[in-house]
Design a protein around this ligand. Structure first.
Ligand SMILES: *Cc1c(COP(=O)(O)O)cnc(C)c1O
Length: 384
């Protein structure tokens, strides 16, 4: 177990609110994940949308991971961070023409296509360029990820992927498209998945789908199972996700063909625990039945509680006073701007630093300037 500790003496002079990243923990997480993935030479593409901070991406690139991008901007950031194009995959239901051109010009590993309409456009653009576009079909396997509705993506008729009933049509289209080369299949079921049986179902579903492709004379060089492995928001000190259990499911459940490569797109599980949002307490407001700790961060810095009903562990890192119950709230003029209710936290006084943990994924990247607030800055454990 790695106990998160905060260098309060050094943090207290930094203007709040800000993101603090523990880079030792990030490296430890990556190394633990890689040790498991390397047992079967699995290919890992970090989901850039979870955190595109250049410093974090640099460490990901150094570790030899690839990137899973969902926009042209992310492809550029991944390349700038030093991630080779040959390890970049590109998903997204609405790839614009310039993004497809960028992907093809950069010679990325694969475009994960989500509709017949998109396949036609990619084929046209590739033809104009005299190229063959490597594609994987993103299949919607109709599996419920048992996670929050706003982050489940693999149920039938969500906007993502190609429904199982439409795979045959998609195959015909591949065969007719001279400038597309089908190299694999892809799925992504959703995020913050803690019920690992969901992944077992995916491995099994893909065995059947793979048989179907082979019967049609379309053997697959790679299979990409997407991401989604969940993390422990309640106990941030339990900071290493169950990578061994996760990869074991695919090791046992997948009927991989000789020479076929297996790919994963992990985002949250790699970066969530190394990031913390640090804010200052502006006021302790005493209500009739509750105490509110009003802090100087809001959903502009971390939108997950407001958007996904997410629960983050909240600590007062300035105080050793006995715990009391607080609602921890932000300054924004929105009633959803609440980080936690009825939380037992060491006695809070004005000026105390509040740490909102497990904020490294879908935190800083989703910050906004609503209420004319500046974007938060980031600080790193090796340079404060
Ligand atoms: C968001 C996303 C991921 C990463 O999901 P995590 O839950 O952060 O692991 C992977 N693949 C695709 C296509 C995504 O959209």
């Amino acid at each position: 177990m790695y106990t998160t500790s905060f260098p309060v003496d050094r943090l207290k002079d930094i203007p709040t609110p800000f993101y603090y990243y523990d880079l030792d923990l990030l490296r430890h997480t990556i190394n633990t994940m890689k040790a498991e993935a390397d047992k079967d030479s699995y290919h890992i593409h970090f989901a850039v949308k979870a955190n595109n901070n250049p410093r974090i991406l640099g460490i990901i690139a150094e570790a030899g991971l690839g990137a899973d991008c969902v926009s042209g901007g992310e492809i550029r950031m991944a390349l700038e961070a030093g991630i080779p194009a040959s390890r970049i995959v590109f998903a997204g239901v609405g790839k614009d023409d310039w993004e497809i051109e960028l992907a093809l010009d950069s010679r990325i590993f694969c475009l994960n296509v989500e509709s017949a309409a998109e396949m036609k456009v990619i084929n046209d653009i590739a033809r104009r360029k005299g190229l063959t576009a490597p594609i994987a079909l993103r299949i919607n396997p109709d599996i419920d990820a048992h996670t929050h509705d706003k982050i489940t993506t693999g149920r039938k008729e969500t906007k993502f992927g190609i429904n199982i009933g439409l795979i045959s049509d998609a195959m015909e289209l591949v065969k007719e498209s001279a400038n597309l080369k089908l190299t694999g299949i892809h799925a992504h079921l959703g995020s913050q998945i803690t019920d690992l049986d969901v992944f077992r179902a995916l491995a099994e579903r893909f065995n059947d789908i793979q048989d179907f492709f082979e019967d049609e004379g379309l053997p697959l060089q790679h299979i990409n199972f997407g991401g989604g492995l969940g993390v422990d928001y309640v106990e941030p000190d339990n900071c290493i996700p169950d990578f061994a259990g996760y990869f074991n499911i695919f090791r046992q459940g997948t009927e991989a063909r000789p020479g076929q490569s297996l790919h994963f797109e992990l985002g949250r599980s790699i970066v969530a625990q190394c990031g913390t949002l640090i804010a200052k307490t502006i006021y302790v407001k005493e209500g009739e039945t509750k105490n509110f700790a009003v802090i100087n961060a809001g959903f502009t810095e971390l939108i997950r509680p407001a958007m996904y009903d997410a629960w983050h562990h909240i600590r007062n890192i300035s105080s050793k006073l006995p715990p009391e119950d607080y609602d921890v709230v932000g300054p924004l003029c929105e009633s959803s701007d609440v980080f936690g209710t009825d939380r037992s936290i060491n006695g809070i006084t004005r000026g105390d630093l509040i740490a909102i943990q497990t904020a490294g994924a879908y935190g800083e990247v989703m910050a906004s300037q609503y209420n004319a607030r500046p974007l938060p800055k980031s600080y790193f454990s090796d340079s404060i």
